[in-house]
Write a protein of this length. Structure first.
Length: 183
């Protein structure tokens, strides 16, 4: 597990502006804030991301039964929260991707008192390599910047090289490496 963080600053804003100009996102693709009405269409993607994570590291990602139902309650709160960024990508009125991030409190020993954390990002396989994930990440960065958040963190499974390439291309850097031992 790698923890990656991003300091949001003027450089990041310039990178976002440049990316928006050069976006390869299909013109018919809509990325927007999620609503509670979107959650039934997001839940199958949640099931896929959870199943994938379990194959990568069952000790870390050993989910309890009926994970989609538990996510449903949480995502409903995130869709209504002003302290989260929950976006969906829509292709011809069908949801094909989502990202969900929240603002978290840091323990009170650091200069940064709160940070954003990217919990999940999923793009359906047939819609990958079209710039959707990158656009969603960059829009999330912009939204957190507008909220005054100065740092965004996330972690990726150790085997998920493609996610690290994506986040690195969006300005994230390695911060810590999480280690795990089963006892």
């Amino acid at each position: 597990m790698y923890l990656i963080c991003l300091e949001v600053d003027l450089f990041t804003q310039l990178v976002f502006d440049k990316f928006a100009e050069d976006s390869k996102l299909p013109q018919f693709m809509l990325i927007r804030s999620a609503t509670a009405n979107d959650i039934p269409a997001v839940l199958p993607m949640v099931g896929k991301i959870c199943a994938l994570h379990e194959t990568w590291d069952n000790a870390k990602y050993g989910f309890i039964p009926y994970i989609e139902q538990r996510y449903e309650k949480w995502l409903t709160r995130m869709a209504q929260s002003d302290r989260s960024v929950f976006l969906v990508a829509e292709d011809n009125q069908q949801l094909v991707a989502f990202i969900v991030s929240t603002i978290e409190q840091e323990i009170p020993i650091y200069r940064i008192q709160e940070f954003a954390f990217v919990h999940d990002l999923w793009v359906e396989p047939e819609h990958r390599q079209k710039g959707i994930a990158r656009e969603m990440v960059m829009l999330s960065i912009e939204r957190f910047h507008q909220m005054g958040i100065k740092q965004i963190r996330l972690d990726t499974a150790a085997v998920n090289e493609s996610a690290r390439r994506l986040f690195t291309s969006c300005g994230f850097r390695f911060s810590t490496i999480e280690m795990l031992k089963e006892i």
